[in-house]
Design a protein around this ligand. Structure first.
Ligand SMILES: Cc1cc2nc3c(=O)[nH]c(=O)nc-3n(C[C@H](O)[C@H](O)[C@H](O)COP(=O)(O)OP(=O)(O)OC[C@H]3O[C@@H](n4cnc5c(N)ncnc54)[C@H](O)[C@@H]3O)c2cc1C
Length: 477
């Protein structure tokens, strides 16, 4: 981890004032405690920075006071949620304060009549989902790490596998309370399904990665829980027919809850990692199709349609996980792939391309992998066109992950990333479908956005944050 930056050396001058707002116990710089606040889940810890001061406010009013003090002294403020981000978004690269939202951890209301929840920003996804279920409702978005916080999900416009049917977090946010970089508290939107009342500032904050202000509260739209759910695993001999099947399923009029594609190697490693069994080892590429429906009859109809399309494209078999325990096993393996290969991962890309371009993009990944002699396991949310290629510092050999020397991956990792970003641009895609730009993808933004768009974004940032204190160094310079 990099030593404390000296760029934000104004911190010493404001420390007393900040302690007076949040209490001494909620402002600390002791390296033993604060070093946990200098990184996120991006695997190369060389981007991590030791925070100058970690501040844990207990209310929106305290957030506003802290920001006013920091702003008056030009001290940077980096908002931090669950730190599950994968692009260095909450890393305090310019020094100053790390503003952790962890004390804003209450679900304030489950409003069954309006099908809305009101939550503070520091509530973890796991706790939020539990509160919603206890209230008899359902929150469809499900990004892979449940320790992410609701404010972080909003700030990154998180997606996850269920986006194909239900969309990303943006589709669920109806209201936000935000503290601007000038210390104003804005209440945007509400328990409303419609609004044509001026510019929609709320949507500007969704996906702004903490660069426009701090989310302190969110009003979230909920739905009625679907009564039937079923997972179908479909092995294919090769990549192409598997991925070409996905647009055909959608064309058939079936909108699954999720369609994931997986390669056999990460499945094998994850089975060993969590001691659970995937239903089949046939072929090289598998589709995991998850369906939801209001009735069992509807579920049978959807399953048959999916099976028919898959068989028509040469599926080797169809495995239906229709009991809760079989479903749990399949979903556990899918969600633990990250853990199983984390030790060998340099970076997880989250390129998004039009759905029908996924097969072509993954073919390109394989060609690049062969040319550079690297293992680039690739899986993802196939029906959303969202592809997670893992750039690895390990190779796959005999069912094991074997580390490779740094000299064999370091430079190649940059070249691979750039080649794949260029391929995504040629296919009309974007370099981030759900994780955000943060620090790590910043140098590549101009590959997919023209200079005028970036200039307009800079202009918006300046309106909200004239002093440039809010999460500086992220998205663009
Ligand atoms: C195993 C694993 C699986 C994942 N799967 C998915 C997935 O399927 N889909 C997906 O979209 N993502 C996924 N992610 C990425 C990550 O979980 C999401 O980006 C998540 O939304 C980050 O939330 P967080 O609370 O951890 O935010 P952090 O990492 O703390 O911060 C992320 C960004 O948001 C800003 N921020 C945080 N809180 C606030 C706030 N209250 N106000 C303003 N800005 C704030 C930060 O400054 C930073 O820029 C995965 C990560 C892991 C480790």
């Amino acid at each position: 981890m990099k030593a404390r930056s000296d760029k934000g050396s104004g911190v010493n001058a404001i420390r007393g004032a900040i302690e007076a707002v949040v209490g001494r116990e909620n402002a600390f710089s002791d390296p033993e405690k604060s070093c946990d606040y200098g990184h996120d889940e991006f695997s190369l810890r060389e981007i991590a920075c030791e925070p100058e001061l970690v501040v844990k406010p207990g209310s929106a009013a305290e957030v506003a006071e802290v920001i006013k003090i920091a702003g008056a002294h030009g001290v940077p403020v980096t908002p931090r949620g669950g730190a599950t981000g994968l692009c260095g978004g909450c890393v305090p690269v310019c020094g100053g304060l790390v503003l952790s939202l962890e004390r804003l951890d209450r679900v304030l209301e489950i409003d069954a009549d309006n099908q809305m929840a009101v939550t503070e920003a520091g509530v973890r996804l796991s706790a939020f989902s539990k509160a919603v279920e206890e209230g008899g409702l359902y929150f469809p978005p499900h990004p892979g790490d449940e320790s992410a916080m609701m404010g972080g999900l909003v700030a990154t416009n998180a997606g996850g596998s269920r986006a194909v049917k239900y969309g990303t977090i943006r589709n669920y946010v109806r209201g936000l309370e935000v503290v601007t970089p000038t210390g104003d508290i804005l209440r945007l939107g509400g328990k409303l399904e419609k609004s044509s009342t001026g510019y929609n500032l709320m949507h500007l904050f969704i996906g702004s990665e903490g660069t426009l202000g701090v989310v302190t509260k969110a009003t979230i739209h909920l739905i009625t829980r679907p009564s039937a759910m079923r997972s179908i695993v479909v092995p294919f001999e090769t990549l192409e027919p598997a991925l070409e099947t996905v647009p055909l399923i959608m064309k058939r009029g079936v909108v699954p809850l999720a369609v994931e594609f997986l390669e056999i190697e990460p499945i094998t490693l994850t089975e060993a990692h969590i001691r659970k069994k995937w239903p089949t080892k046939l072929g090289t590429t598998h589709l995991l199709v998850i369906l939801d429906a209001a009735t069992e009859e509807e579920m049978d109809r959807l399953s048959e349609a999916v099976a028919e399309v898959c068989v028509g494209k040469g599926a080797l078999d169809i495995f239906i996980a229709d009991t809760p325990s079989k479903q749990e096993e399949v979903l556990a393996i899918r969600s633990k792939i990250y853990d199983a290969i984390k030790a060998g991962t340099v970076e997880i890309l989250d390129i998004a391309v039009p759905r029908a371009e996924v097969a072509g993009h993954v073919r390109k990944v394989r060609e690049v992998a062969a040319r550079y002699g690297m293992w680039l396991p690739t899986f993802g949310h196939a029906a959303d066109g969202n592809v997670h290629t893992h750039i690895m510092k390990a190779r796959y050999e005999g069912g094991q992950m074997v580390p490779v020397p740094e000299s064999e991956w370091r430079d190649k990792a940059d070249q691979v990333r750039e080649e794949l970003f260029r391929d995504c641009r040629e296919r009309g895609g974007v370099i981030s479908g759900e994780h955000g730009i943060g620090l790590v993808k910043k140098p590549y933004l101009s590959l997919v956005l023209d200079e005028r768009q970036i200039e307009l974004m800079r202009g918006i940032k300046k309106v909200f944050d004239p002093r440039g204190i809010m999460n500086p160094g992220k998205i663009f310079d």
